[in-house]
Design a protein around this ligand. Structure first.
Ligand code: SF4
Length: 225
């Protein structure tokens, strides 16, 4: 059971890979709907959907792409040459997401991201890295996720397989709230009551390591101002 209040207003905004919400946007025309993400997390978070491969103009369905290590660096492309290298386009898509405030609208960048595991575009750190013969030689970030990390290194970012146990879901939601509040404090000064409540919630978490990590994050922000 999650010990978090269900929010109606003022939910943090989290970006989500559209296929996890059931959108038929994958290379094979299918979705990868994830029940916890689609049905449970909206109690505390509001979502903005992203499918970077569709956003850069690829059709549905489309040939699958991989991340391939070459002499000139990693390339995200189809191994049979059916889709040319889309690395730069995926980076530009992430630039758009993170720089929305400086662009035309006033929507700030998200307070967190839930991304599809192992995707060459969305995978946050667990996507296979292949050599030119198609053999796996390591793991890496998908192109979209890698660029998001560069822009917003502290933004909470997980894949759906990290949201299985109740404690993991609770910690992710708390991290998103913390991150959002940190950004607000930058403009509005410290929120003492919120800070006290957050500290109390963190102290109820069962894992000593997670408690220590979240409290450290909280203290860092409180002492920053
Ligand atoms: S993993 Fe990302 S790029 Fe691939 S279909 Fe899902 S949202 Fe689109």
């Amino acid at each position: 059971m999650l010990d978090l209040p269900v929010l109606r207003d003022d939910k943090p905004r989290v970006g989500v890979s559209a296929c996890l919400l059931g959108r038929l946007v994958r290379y094979n025309g299918e979705a990868k709907r994830h029940g916890t993400v689609a049905d449970v997390l909206p109690r505390w978070l509001q979502f903005t959907e992203y499918c970077p491969e569709v956003a850069i103009g690829l059709p549905v369905p489309r040939p699958p792409v991989d991340i391939i290590a070459t002499e000139t660096g990693q390339q995200i492309r189809n191994r049979d040459g059916l889709v040319a290298d889309i690395t730069d386009a995926l980076h530009a898509c992430a630039d758009d997401v993170c720089q929305q405030n400086a662009r035309t609208d006033k929507t700030p960048p998200p307070d967190g991201m839930i991304l599809k595991a192992r995707s060459p575009s969305c995978g946050p750190g667990n996507t296979p890295l292949l050599n030119t013969n198609g053999q796996q030689i390591g793991i890496t970030h998908g192109g979209f996720a890698a660029r998001l990390k560069t822009h917003c290194p502290d933004m909470p970012m997980v894949h759906e397989e990290q949201l299985v146990r109740a404690v993991d879901i609770e910690v992710f939601v708390l991290r998103v709230f913390l991150y959002r509040e940190q950004r607000r404090w930058g403009n509005d000064g410290k929120n003492v009551a919120w800070c006290r409540d957050m500290r109390a919630r963190i102290m109820t978490l069962p894992s000593t390591d997670i408690r220590a990590r979240l409290l450290q994050q909280l203290e860092k922000q409180v002492t920053k101002k």
